[in-house]
Design a protein around this ligand. Structure first.
Ligand SMILES: Cc1ncc(COP(=O)(O)O)c(C=O)c1O
Length: 380
């Protein structure tokens, strides 16, 4: 077992060093234990067991609400973050809230799940998609703000950019978007669980997230928070028994959709995934996201200094916000050689954008950086 400030980490082999929380993080010990117990319960799914599982599921909804400082009733679970974003994009085009008079703004270089749903929603509705290019050295939030016009209906973006970790100034963005009556739809998967986030300070209209990165849940789990005004504007693209009632109710076509975001969940919950993610989340919340952020930034800085000695410069943020994601750039050949060297020594990382991405999390410690320093000695 790896040593870490909090023994959240599952028993992954000692020889691995996981610096890939921005890709897929290891499951926490508490997540895998919770899933094991829930699987045992599902082997005997009687009335009481199911009730208890559903109670635990609702508890995770409250924990996600605590993570973002929102209300549990505004949170819905989906099978991926992409599905959560699609529910918003297609829900708006289906409700004719997007039309040929409107513009949708996003970065062409954003994670594809923040681009494709909007491309398709614009194609269906006739709205104009304004794809913004990220210019080197230019503040990304300013680029989005400059693109906003009276016709803008949606600004869709990642809070933390997945390639190099740049954080957008959501307060500034919301200010500019709300002045023209536009909604701000944010994918926060690269920040939630590692950077403090509060809806009280960042008045966005929708926040999507997912479990398998900084929240250390199983791969394939998404969720969505939406403001009441945005939720009442969309028509869900997926509905089922749970959108209107319970599995015990007969179909009744006079019913209206359930109030609250739970009406966006069409069928039986992804129980194991949600409970697993919830177990990791509770550990992170009990440590305090401020503390997790401090720890992860400290490791990022150690890694930055180490990689600098080998001629790798970090991609710098164009503003004063710094995320724990470190992207170190060099020539393509050097990045590829370094990546191969890391792979052969069990250093789990990603190659993204201009360079090599390292994303330390709470299960890493200074000793992982020391081990990396040792591994780098063999890099020529
Ligand atoms: C910004 C961003 N959004 C979404 C995802 C993927 O989430 P999902 O597979 O749950 O849709 C990623 C994964 O790399 C990401 O970086």
């Amino acid at each position: 077992m790896h040593s870490s400030p909090d023994n959240l980490f599952i028993g992954a082999p000692e020889e691995k060093i996981f610096f890939n929380a921005a890709g897929v993080a290891p499951l926490s010990v508490s997540a895998s234990e919770t899933i094991r117990i829930a699987m045992h319960d599902l082997a005997c799914p009687d009335y009481n067991t199911l009730n208890l599982l559903f109670e635990s599921y609702e508890k995770v909804r409250s924990d996600i609400a605590a993570l973002i400082n929102g209300a549990p009733k505004d949170i819905a679970f989906f099978h991926t973050c992409a599905a959560a974003l699609s529910q918003v994009a297609f829900g708006l085009s289906q409700a004719k809230e997007l039309s040929s008079e409107n513009e949708v703004i996003c970065f062409g270089s954003d994670y594809p799940s923040n681009v494709y749903p909007w491309v398709d929603a614009c194609r269906r509705s006739g709205a104009t998609l304004k794809l913004i290019d990220a210019e080197a050295g230019k503040h990304r939030t300013e680029l989005l703000c400059e693109a906003i016009t009276d016709s803008t209906k949606i600004v869709a973006c990642s809070w933390v950019q997945y390639e190099a970790g740049e954080i957008l100034d959501l307060e500034m963005l919301c200010d500019a978007a709300h002045r023209v009556g536009a909604w701000v739809v944010v994918d926060a998967i690269q920040g939630l669980g590692t950077i403090p986030f509060s809806l009280k300070d960042l008045p966005v209209d929708a926040v999507a997230g997912g479990g398998h990165k900084w929240l250390m849940g199983p791969l394939g789990q998404g969720f969505l928070w939406m403001s009441e005004s945005l939720r009442s504007a969309i028509e869900p693209i997926m509905v089922g028994a749970m959108s209107y009632g319970t599995p015990d109710d007969k179909a009744d076509i006079t019913l209206s959709l359930k109030k609250g975001a739970a009406g966006l969940e069409p069928g039986s919950p992804m129980m194991l995934h949600v409970l697993g993610m919830g177990a990791s989340l509770r550990r992170l919340l009990s440590l305090g996201i401020d503390e997790v952020y401090r720890h992860n930034l400290m490791l990022r800085e150690e890694l930055r200094l180490l990689l600098k000695d080998y001629g790798f410069d970090a991609v710098e943020s164009s503003n004063s916000f710094i995320s724990p994601i470190l992207n170190v750039k060099a020539s393509l050949t050097k990045v590829q050689r370094m990546s191969g060297h890391f792979n052969s020594h069990g250093v789990v990382h990603s190659v993204r954008g201009e360079g090599l991405r390292l994303a330390p999390h709470i299960y890493n410690s200074k000793s992982d950086v020391d081990r990396l320093a040792h591994i780098l000695k063999g890099f020529v």
